[in-house]
Design a binder for this molecule. Structure first.
Ligand code: GLN
Length: 481
């Protein structure tokens, strides 16, 4: 029997496994075929794991066992997924799409991987990304760009481009990505799928290769909001290995409105320029559909939001420069010999790191250098607090804040590659959730035609700290799940 993988969800696959319509081995086999057909062109997978079918066999044993005992089995048992290549899976390469880690094998499981293993998922392979998650198009991968399944002359977004393209090409039921400034949400919006950046600390970062430690979060990319919720619930939680993790139960967000439908705030003053008209149309149409569903839409002011991108592009490189210091040719991966110890370091990094990574290390080292530290890093941190305060104030009168996820649909491969500023502008709407630590969800909200191809557009909803549940409710309501 041919399994229909198109837009297959966790729930549907679980039902089919339960009814015995197919086994996890058959489902995994179907995905392996799909990847074989699609991946040579899309380049979403960097590696397909040789033991995928073996993992599926084990899941089938669990399923058979539960069936014999007349018991239910977990929603994720036997469900094939893909993992961004900066999340450690013990024994497998974790390259972060960099030459410097091309042969580095993870010595332990990231906490999210450990949790998913317990759930019984099947790991299909490692997914392409911008090198060390620095970028918005996957063009910075040392292993080739990931193409957008909707139009292969366009990028899939980034940095989790492989994770979003995989879901869009039906190459796994779901994937994990990481998001430091939009890297889950922007590729999700470019590929017409759902992406969640959880509250900072909701998901453990242990075993995720660090980019900007005060900004990074791991999150799911999936076909539906319901799936996103299932995965989030499986991977979240306090972790002894990550002191910044929180128990989201400590937050009990309430609707500000006495009506049954929540209030959505829109920072219109921030949506005036640089946005593709098709994105604006889809955004306005989404607000209209919310109104029709009974939501109240109000205009809000976020006085310091226009500084978000500047703050991000100071704090992020500062953290990048210190996190990248560990790649010294001794501890991990590549080693190149020079004349002296310090020359070894230079040679290794010159050979192993790409241009964008080097650019950010330089920027970060500069903003942290003595004499400039106060002017850049400390000031950016102060403005970070002001931006967070703006959001907290806004959340006194609204439950969600809506913006487009990205100012444009997927752009052409090569279009922005030599222009870092225009690439950085892509992050204008996404970086704020990382700056404030608030959760944000990107959901598909429309399509537009460019050069005869249909391209997806994403809507971003931001919520109060810890209110992922609210995001899932409104997301499902919007998509009619
Ligand atoms: N595009 C952003 C950047 O280049 C976001 C990266 C990310 O979230 N990892 O920094």
């Amino acid at each position: 029997m041919a399994i229909d993988l198109h837009k297959l969800t966790i729930q549907k696959a679980h039902e089919a496994l339960k009814k015995g319509e197919y086994t996890s081995v058959q489902l995994t086999q179907a995905y392996l075929e799909q990847i074989k057909g699609k991946n040579p062109e899309i380049n979403a997978y960097l590696e397909v794991f040789a033991d995928a079918l073996e993992q599926a066999k084990q899941a089938d044993v669990k399923i058979a066992d539960s069936r014999n005992k007349n018991q239910d089995f977990g929603l994720l048992v036997g469900i094939p997924c893909g993992i961004k290549d900066n999340i450690l899976i013990q024994g497998h390469v974790a390259s972060a799409a960099s030459k410097i880690l091309e042969k580095y094998h993870a010595t332990y499981d990231a906490t999210v991987i450990e949790k998913l293993k317990k759930e019984g998922v099947v790991f299909l392979g490692r997914l392409n990304m911008d090198e060390f998650a620095m970028g918005g198009s996957t063009e910075n991968s040392a292993f080739g760009v990931t193409k957008n399944p909707y139009d292969t002359s366009r990028v899939a977004g980034g940095s989790s481009g492989g994770s979003a393209a995989t879901v869009a090409m039906d190459g796994a039921v779901f994937t994990l990505g990481t998001d430091t400034g939009g890297s889950i949400r922007q590729p999700a919006s470019f590929c017409g799928v759902v992406g969640l950046k959880p509250t900072y600390g909701a998901v453990s970062r242990y075993g995720a290769i660090a980019m900007g430690s005060s900004l990074d979060q791991i999150g799911p990319i999936s076909q539906t909001v319901t799936d996103s919720e299932i995965i989030f619930n499986a991977i979240k939680g306090k972790d002894i290995h990550d002191g910044t993790t929180i128990d989201t139960k400590t937050y009990t967000p309430k609707n500000v409105s006495s009506k049954t439908k929540p209030v959505i705030g829109v920072p219109r003053h921030f949506l005036k320029e640089g946005i593709d008209p098709a994105v604006m149309d889809a955004f306005n149409a989404s607000l209209e559909s919310f109104k029709q569903k009974g939501y109240e839409i109000i205009d809000i002011q976020l006085p310091n939001i226009s500084y978000s991108l500047l703050v991000y592009y100071i704090i992020m490189p500062a953290e990048v420069s210190s996190n990248m210091a560990r790649f010294d040719g001794v501890k991990y991966g590549l080693h190149k010999d020079g004349e002296t110890g310090i020359q070894d370091y230079f040679e290794t990094r010159r050979a192993g790191l790409g241009r964008e990574v080097i650019r950010r290390i330089l920027l970060g080292t500069y903003v942290l250098s003595s004499g400039y530290y106060d002017a850049y890093y400390n000031r950016a941190n102060a403005v970070r607090t002001m931006i967070t305060t703006d959001f907290l104030k806004a959340f006194a009168s609204v439950d969600f804040i809506a913006t487009p996820t990205a100012p444009s649909p997927a752009f052409k491969i090569g279009e922005k590659n030599n222009d870092p500023i225009s690439m950085y502008l892509e992050d204008i709407f996404t970086v704020t959730a990382n700056i404030t630590g608030m959760p944000a969800l990107s959901i598909p909200c429309g399509m537009t035609k460019k050069d005869g191809k249909d391209l997806p557009i994403g809507l971003q909803l931001t919520a109060r700290h810890g209110d992922e549940a609210g995001l899932f409710t409104i997301g499902k309501d919007f998509l009619g799940e």
